[in-house]
Design a protein around this ligand. Structure first.
Ligand SMILES: Nc1ncnc2c1ncn2[C@@H]1O[C@H](COP(=O)(O)OP(=O)(O)O)[C@@H](O)[C@H]1O
Ligand SMILES: O=C(O)C1=C[C@@H](OP(=O)(O)O)[C@@H](O)[C@H](O)C1
Ligand SMILES: [Mg+2]
Length: 407
């Protein structure tokens, strides 16, 4: 049984990995140029396929039959070869988005929904929301009747779904809309999964709304496709388990804590043990500035250093799957919150104050450690999801972080 994914650019697709966890069948990435698609489908050395951008509509004419979901959405993301050799076009993005809403506990019935974007993903979203009984569905597009200039018409929206690429890696940190414009909003969903939390989702989370990103949707559409490939039902827990696994593997582990508590040292050992790349924010600042941290403080003051630190963090934190050692003062600037939270599990490393060195650390030299700790402990506490003591050996600390973060 040969399966795979066709599309134009498939560089870092998660699909082969997800399908390897869903069943035992070969699943290949098959990048095709537009003129190759027809021939590939007709020649037909495959049992089942997934289809991604830009061919979800192109493939429809090669399918002898379309499922109701594929017809309604007007696009095909899953193709199945039938016993007589003809192709059935289906759409499991529908199942994927349905899962995303259900797993987040969203209530759609009777609600007014705004769908940002008018492309293929938007069609899927609208089909699902309509099926779930939304009261009104408004599509926002750049040049349509309802656009980003007249969002005030829809200030009463209760559900917002981002089906645009705005905020997607590498353009992190921007949002298609400001949620403050929607005081009645209850739930926000973003089809993007890199970063794990777009700026839109960070805003939703801070407001205490129901929210979800596109990773569960990606896994759930793959599971629905895999059920069709394998001709059998798969347990729903597989979706939750695989999503959690991918999340653990892609999220950065970001170390924060008092200056000298061991972020750089533990970070190195942790990265090595996990086989992950290591990024040290202070090292990036020094490399960029071409001089040492005490020199930066002397020339540009703490303000200058913090501005450099923020810029370095923004660049580093948008990459995935790394270990990141921050500088001790990263939590003192509110603008660092979004980049720290978008893609990382934040770990607060604690080491007894009397063990903390102060050399090469201008802040530690000007403020006594106890006083600095008094000011900063609440900030570390608020920023961290996990707290780990670093008073034993470096190896013990590394193992404890792995145990707590990787489950
Ligand atoms: N668990 C540990 N055991 C022994 N020494 C440690 C431990 N953790 C850190 N250190 C030492 O503490 C000093 C400061 O560590 P460093 O990694 O530079 O801290 P930070 O990056 O948090 O400022 C270094 O000399 C380092 O070797
Ligand atoms: O605590 C701070 O304000 C600082 C900590 C240092 O990093 P370490 O925590 O790695 O020493 C470095 O970023 C700079 O000297 C400022
Ligand atoms: Mg350090």
């Amino acid at each position: 049984m040969d399966c795979g994914l066709i599309g134009r650019k498939l560089g870092h697709s998660f699909s082969p990995k997800i399908h390897s966890l869903l069943g035992e069948y070969p699943y290949r990435l098959i990048p095709l140029e537009p003129e190759e698609v027809g021939n590939f489908l007709q020649k037909g050395e495959f049992h089942g396929l997934n289809v991604t951008i830009p061919y979800k509509k192109t493939v429809m004419e090669y399918c002898a039959e379309l499922t109701p979901a594929a017809q309604r959405i007007g696009s095909v993301n899953t193709i199945l070869r039938r016993p007589d050799g003809t192709l059935l076009g289906d759409n499991t993005d529908y199942d994927g988005f349905l899962y995303l809403l259900k797993s987040a506990g969203a209530q759609i019935e009777g609600r007014k929904a705004l769908v940002l974007g008018s492309g293929g993903a938007s069609l899927t979203v609208r089909a699902v929301i309509s099926e779930l009984g939304a009261r009104e569905i408004i599509t926002i597009s750049r040049s349509g009747e309802n656009n980003y200039q007249n969002l005030d018409r829809h200030a009463d929206a209760q559900i917002i779904v981002n089906a645009t690429p705005v905020g997607m890696y590498p353009n992190n940190g921007v949002s298609p809309v400001d949620l403050d414009q929607f005081p009645q909003c209850e739930g926000v969903f973003d089809l993007i999964y890199n970063p794990a939390k777009t700026q839109l989702l960070l805003q939703a989370q801070r407001r205490g709304l129901i929210w979800g990103n596109g990773l569960g949707m990606l896994v759930a559409q793959a599971k629905a496709a895999s059920e069709r490939f394998q001709g059998k039902k798969l347990p729903d827990e597989l979706v939750t388990d695989i999503t959690a696994k991918l999340e653990r593997e892609t999220k950065n582990i970001l170390l924060i804590g008092m200056p000298g508590c061991g972020k750089t040292t533990v970070g190195k050992a942790l990265a090595q043990k996990l086989g992950r790349p290591l990024a040290d924010v202070d090292e990036a600042i020094v490399a960029q500035a071409g001089c040492s941290i005490p020199e930066i403080f002397a020339k540009e003051g703490e303000e200058g250093f913090r501005a450099r630190e923020h810029r370095a963090l923004v660049q580093i934190a948008k990459e995935s799957g790394q270990v990141i050692s921050a500088g001790g003062g990263i939590v003192t600037r509110p603008e660092n919150r979004d980049p720290m939270e978008e893609n990382s599990v934040v770990v607060w490393l604690r080491r007894d104050l009397h063990k903390l060195p102060t050399d090469g650390r201008p802040v530690s030299q000007s403020v006594p450690r106890e006083e600095l700790y008094r000011r900063r402990a609440p900030l570390y506490e608020a920023a961290a999801q996990v707290t780990v003591d670093n008073n034993g050996t470096v190896e013990d600390t590394v193992d404890e972080i792995i145990r707590r973060v990787m489950g």
